[in-house]
Design a protein around this ligand. Structure first.
Ligand code: UD1
Ligand code: UDP
Length: 370
């Protein structure tokens, strides 16, 4: 079986690596395609080094642009490649523009399409990722869900049970595989931090960082929190210019985006994590570290119901009071079922036993959707 695995941006690399390894262990020929959506060394190269991912077999080099430009460039570059490589299956992960672009091309070209992280729903259509999630699932053959709530979403949308596989969370496979190495990182001493005595912040959602009024409010809240607990903020490139324009209050230290091992070490030793990232909500849950999510919704409600995550929204007063509550009484660590380090083995089993496009599980008529 020949499988194309697609990656394009920071949160893809830690998801695709264990899937590639599990497929290769099972005897598949894997072709790694990198779309080039993220390209800075600190958003890209460091993950290949830290995670030991081999250089991509194919690089599309699409770079940045508007949604249509970026999605269109990936589609245009991926289509002839797909024709040439002629895989049996294409695996896409997550919810970025590269995910949707390769899914759309695959669905029309013929190979089976597998979506890792299927079924997550924020129900917030202002998020570009929500469009990407819903549309990618709709054209996928294999819906590989990280948790039962994701499978419930898919069933409610009319997908057939034989398409849905609750496999667990591949991001946690990579976390557990690298935790011991991450704990050897010297990042705390480099930044003069002590375990349990600082907060870690990430901000990159357009709804939080593109609007100066919203970002100013968030920084006000962070400034108050920093009076009690110093904050470290590795800056995503989307937020860099805006943060420099507005300026950050004292007690918040801005640093470049962290590599994977350093960032896991920083989460693991943090007193609290404040974030709008999807993956960070999951990793803090697996690590048992208190997490305050600076959003009104989450596509990962299991991290709230069965983890250490609390939604605080974007109102500065509510953020401060939520963080204060978390610092005074941290939640007990809990980990969702199947976030056990073996999700990618379950994915490989589904795909390797799954047959070919001739037996595709995707409904070929519209009846499943009424
Ligand atoms: C993308 C994903 C988002 C994901 C995030 C992870 C989409 C719609 N968004 O958001 O779901 O959570 O990645 O980090 O796919 N830039 C650089 N260097 C880089 C990459 C980006 O400077 O290596 C800057 C460019 O100015 C670019 C901007 O960041 O225009 C945004 O990059 P883009 O990939 O479009 O979206 P992200 O905000 O990174
Ligand atoms: N991450 C990292 N360095 C950072 C911030 C995040 O290595 O400075 C890692 C984090 O541990 C997780 C992934 O990047 O594995 C999450 O990616 P991101 O927050 O960019 O995207 P999202 O998950 O929101 O789509």
């Amino acid at each position: 079986m020949r499988v194309i695995c697609v990656a394009g941006a920071r949160p893809n690399y830690m998801k695709i690596k264990p899937v590639m390894d599990a497929l290769e262990r099972g005897g598949a020929e894997v072709v790694l395609v990198h779309t080039g959506q993220h390209y800075d060394p600190s958003m890209n190269d460091v993950f290949f080094q830290d995670l030991g991912i081999r250089p991509p077999d194919r690089f599309l080099g699409v770079g940045s642009g508007t949604h249509a430009e970026q999605t269109g460039r990936v589609m245009t570059a991926f289509e002839p490649l797909l024709d040439e490589v002629a895989p049996d299956v294409v695996v896409v992960v997550g919810d970025i523009n590269s995910t949707l672009a390769c899914a759309l091309v695959t669905a029309k070209a013929g190979p089976l399409l597998a979506h890792v992280e299927a079924g997550l729903r924020s129900r917030d259509w202002t998020m570009p990722e929500e469009v990407n999630r819903v549309a990618t699932d709709r054209v996928s053959d294999y819906l590989l869900a990280p948790s039962p709530d994701a499978a419930d979403n898919l069933r409610a949308e009319g997908y057939r049970d034989d398409q849905i596989h609750v496999v667990g969370n591949v991001m946690i496979d990579t976390l557990f595989a690298n935790l011991d190495r991450a704990r050897e990182s010297d990042v705390l001493s480099r930044y003069g931090l002590s375990r349990g005595e600082y907060g870690l912040v990430t901000l990159h959602r357009p709804a939080n960082v593109d609007d100066p009024v919203v970002l100013t409010g968030l920084l006000k809240a962070l400034g108050e929190i920093a009076g009690r607990c110093p904050l470290l903020l590795p800056v995503h490139p989307r937020a860099a210019g805006r943060l420099a324009d507005i300026g950050v209050p004292g007690g918040i230290r801005l640093v470049p985006p962290a590599g994977y091992l350093d960032f896991i070490a920083l989460q693991d030793a943090a007193r609290v994590v404040l974030t709008d990232s999807g993956g960070v909500q999951e990793e803090t849950t697996a690590l048992g570290v208190p997490c305050v999510t600076l959003r009104d919704n989450t596509e990962r409600p299991i991290t709230v119901e069965q983890g250490t995550n609390v939604l605080a929204g974007r109102d500065p007063a509510r953020i401060v009071s939520t963080v204060t509550r978390m610092l005074d009484g941290p939640p007990a660590p809990r980990r969702p079922e199947l976030w056990d380090g073996h999700a990618s083995d379950r994915i490989a089993t589904v795909l390797l036993e799954g047959g070919t496009a001739d037996s595709r599980p995707r409904p070929t008529d519209q009846t499943a959707f009424g």
